[in-house]
Design a protein around this ligand. Sequence first.
Ligand code: XUL
Length: 514
Amino acid sequence: MAYYLGIDSSTQGMKGLVIDPDAGTVVRSVAVNFTADLPRYNCPDGVLAHADPLVKHADPLLWLAAMDLLLARLQASGVEMGKIAVIGGDGQQHGSVYLNSRFADALARLTPSVALAGQLAPALARPTSPIWMDSSTSGACRELDARFGARLQADTGSPAVERFTGPQIRKFAATEPERYAQTARVHLVSSFLCSVLIGGDAPVDTGDGAGMNLLNLRTLDWDEEIAAFTAPGLLPKLPKVGTGVAGGLHPYFAKYGLRPGVPVAVWTGDNPASLVGTGAWGAGVAVVSLGTSETFFAALKEFRTDPEGCGHVFGNPAGGFMSLACFKNGSLARDRVRREARTEWAFFDKTAFEMTPPGNGGRLALPWFVPEITPPVLTPGVRANYAFSAAAPEVRVRAVVEAQALAMRNHALWIGAFDVLRVTGGASKSPGIRQVLADVFQARVESIAVADSAALGAALLAARADGVPLEKMTEAFSPVTAVCEPRKAQAAVYDGLLQEVCRLEKAAPYVSGQ
Ligand code: XUL
């Protein structure tokens, strides 16, 4: 009879999902959109404007305002808040929040009559939070590479990566030493919001912690040597690494009808949560998540890293590890192509694919409107092997979707060969995109009932913290609802285009980005 709440704090908004594991049902789902619902924070799509296109920060107070609004909406939806037995959550990975020595006290004293953002604003040592879209830390990455070489990837699961929290902290400490000195605690988005819920300092889990270039995946704890080099006196500023229950819910949240003291599970990253929500936490199934970022991930039996140095290894919240390849130009890039081609989603999702043949006559376009993560390319701009903007809308649509899928196949090779891909995220509803994925990977593409797999994963992890077995819930909550079979006849078409997409990745921009 108990309910479990999962909160997903993603790039463009926050979602809350309440599940009833006994009934096997999603009781309620609510959302807050940063652009539409919280315009006063000036973070359209979750990002603050900045003159340097490589810098991508958000206002951490936006996330607090979203938390208040989300819980108010959940309560207003009529769900029985008192039945929620454990709260779980996840956050966009890599983003960091810098807190001063007032943080601990401010958390302990939270009072229900004032909004979270107002009460915690004085506890920020840095007014903005770098997020995963930031690529402004190449200098710090080179320094980490020079100091640690191959050990960084061998022990933390990833080479030095611009968006990862360690290089971000190194840049901050070097460029804003006074604010860094005032920083008593560096939290990830996940551990920050978990801390707010418990009114105390929450641990970082190995799923999200591995996205920092600071966590040693062999010891599952902070790597003291890497932390010491990353920034002076960093180790005591990092939360503990932990799992299970972070603490009891602070009485502040009783105003939303939640029971004070209910356990709050340690939060994780959005991709590790999604691994659980898609039911792929075991083995044998890879997930393609088509959200603001596009990710390809799967559970890893043993710890091993990408020989090409692009992919990552994170902790798997269900135990063991997971692999991940991340592509930055995902849904926002497709949306821009759609708008520039003056088409509707119905055309983008289906009609364009009916009008064009698989392979598009060899025409491909990588829609890199912002610097790309995989492969790491800092100069944005569409890479196309034909006159991209002059072509008919249907040709542009297929060129972009096929190039994205082919690039994903190339960069996911190290993870393994899979007969089944499970798709999630907004664009997973698109029949055209699903068929291209099936044909390019020559794998069966499965859709699951819940599109918000990260929020679902967070809710499942909350229930698991209360002793409900993950195996039992996966069957009920992540059933396959639709299947798209690969068309064998198209295999050769796409095999023939794999090299072309590699060539395009190295080409100069055809259309410049912004
Ligand atoms: C993963 C990554 C993104 C973010 C935002 O490494 O950078 O997927 O987690 O979703």
